[in-house]
Design a binder for this molecule. Structure first.
Ligand SMILES: Cc1cc2nc3c(=O)[nH]c(=O)nc-3n(C[C@H](O)[C@H](O)[C@H](O)COP(=O)(O)OP(=O)(O)OC[C@H]3O[C@@H](n4cnc5c(N)ncnc54)[C@H](O)[C@@H]3O)c2cc1C
Length: 463
């Protein structure tokens, strides 16, 4: 028997639950389908557990630096991985239970647990049940990409999901992929006490960023004892024994410099993400995807089929929790508030949670140069930020790009203490479409990292 609803939502990630809340509050009946863990990637295997682990790693790092602050204690700093994991799991369970309890108690929302597959443009099957609705919202997210590298199927490898189950310290963690996810794991595991090697195919880490950002992050990681292998053009894997005679993995790296092989006790694959669209029956509904499997959507997140929308990582318009949540806001505004919000109103913004973190908004220097328009640049090292000096955390720099004619901020990066927070002043100004002089004349609180942003904006030079 077919069950009828006003709306079906597939996936309880970052957009689906919030949309269920808005639709039911508007009096609609909603079927929400989740096949695994409520809260999706961010809550269970992404943002929340990683940032919880980053906090433990930071505590260990600061404890080792205690003497720099005049603080002394007896004995060496130890990391109890079982307690580190327990802390991470407690944070995750609390968040997951919160989402699950909220959805299951939501008036007008019926939760189905199982894998959803389209049977037509208006029907979805979950197990032996068939659900029907005139509106269907896809929020299926993504998973770790397993690269087609020689030998990958012959070795035991870890993904971000597996990393959440670890409660022992890998002796030597080899991380394939020198981008955002890989670098966060690299620094945290180094700080927990593991030997860590990052293997990156490209000529520098986090290649989406400007070279000075990549290079500074590399220096920061290397100073903590992380080995970085760049230009690893041909990567392959083979089971082998470690120096201590234990089971390990040989990672062959054809690099311009260094040993041709790295022997790790464990290997983490951090080479991008893949949308969960391959087993969704999209063809039965007529929903089109691009060549990488991302659902094609317009600026207001409508798919190729009227009555079906896609939000979050699966539409390829964003790869973050805040972009997934914004997708929910765009759809809710269009459907319920007669407010034509759209994806192209969004300003690029994200952070890398190494220590110090990188806060990023808008364009990079390379992107601004490519536009050919006259631009100005401001830069200030964190050694000249009083708050950073006081806290003894002066690594990194802040930089801003301004359109020389319109005076609008085009982009900014703060790689430094509190960079993930301090960047928001510039982000908000970009949303306000106000000239940089607005911040330059603002009186910021002393002592903060943000207080140096007006100073930096007062020292702009041609790019
Ligand atoms: C290690 C790591 C760290 C990250 N850190 C950050 C960070 O610090 N900040 C940030 O903004 N982003 C971060 N991200 C990215 C962030 O987690 C994602 O962008 C975000 O979770 C995307 O949300 P979503 O709603 O699109 O999908 P998801 O959160 O992945 O949710 C999709 C849900 O759909 C369910 N589902 C899938 N297919 C089906 C089906 N057929 N039937 C039923 N249910 C289905 C899944 O089980 C899942 O629960 C990180 C990601 C990783 C991997």
């Amino acid at each position: 028997m077919i069950q009828n609803f006003d709306a079906i939502i597939i996936g309880a990630g970052q957009a689906g639950p919030a949309l269920a809340g808005r639709l039911t509050a508007a009096g609609q009946t909603v079927a929400l389908i989740e096949r695994k863990l409520f809260g999706g990637t961010c809550v269970n295997t992404g943002c929340m557990p990683t940032k919880t682990l980053v906090a433990s790693a930071y505590a260990a790092h600061l404890a080792r630096r205690a003497a720099d602050y005049g603080v002394t204690f007896e004995g060496a700093v130890g990391v109890d991985m079982k307690r580190v994991k327990a802390r991470q799991q407690a944070v995750v369970h609390n968040a997951r239970n919160g989402v699950e309890t909220w959805l299951k108690g939501m008036k007008g929302c019926t939760v189905f647990e199982g894998h959803a597959r389209f049977e037509s443009a208006t029907t979805v099957r979950v197990g032996d049940k068939v659900l029907h609705a005139g509106q269907i919202f896809i929020n299926v997210g993504g998973r770790a990409n397993i690269p087609d590298m020689p030998g990958v199927d012959r070795v035991k490898y870890l993904t971000n999901t597996d990393m959440m189950q670890i409660d022992t310290l890998p002796k030597h963690l080899v991380i394939v992929g020198g981008s955002y996810i890989g670098l966060e794991f690299a620094q945290m595991y180094r700080r927990f006490g593991a030997e860590v090697t990052v293997v990156e195919m490209g000529a520098r880490l986090i290649q989406r960023e400007d070279p000075e950002v990549s290079e500074t992050i590399q220096q920061i990681l290397e100073a903590e004892g992380i080995t970085v292998r760049l230009n690893a053009e041909c990567i392959s894997f083979e089971p082998c024994k470690t120096e201590g005679g234990e089971e390990g993995v040989c990672v062959h790296v054809t690099c311009q410099a260094g040993e041709p092989q790295v022997v790790g006790s464990d290997v983490l694959l951090a080479v991008g993400r893949k949308p969960n669209t391959d087993d969704l029956g999209l063809e039965a509904a007529g929903v089109t995807v691009d060549k990488r499997g991302y659902i094609t959507v317009d600026d207001q997140l409508r798919t190729s089929v009227p009555g079906i929308w896609a939000m979050g990582d699966c539409n390829g318009k964003g790869a973050f929790t805040h972009t997934a949540y914004n997708d929910f806001e765009i759809i809710a505004a269009n459907l319920l508030d007669s407010d034509p919000r759209k994806v192209s109103d969004r300003v690029t913004a994200y952070a890398l949670y190494t220590d110090p973190p990188l806060g990023r908004v808008g364009m990079t220097q390379a992107e601004v140069r490519a536009t050919g328009r006259p631009a100005l640049i401001g830069k200030r090292p964190m050694t000249r930020v009083g708050r950073a000096v006081e806290k003894g955390e002066t690594l990194g720099f802040m930089t801003v790009l301004v359109d020389a004619e319109t005076k609008l901020i085009l982009g900014a990066a703060i790689l430094g203490l509190n960079g993930d927070e301090a960047i928001h002043g510039m982000l908000d100004l970009m949303y306000a479409k106000a000239p940089y002089t607005t911040i330059q004349r603002a009186v910021h609180i002393h002592p903060t990292v943000s207080e140096l942003i007006p100073t930096m904006l007062g020292e702009l030079k041609p790019l």
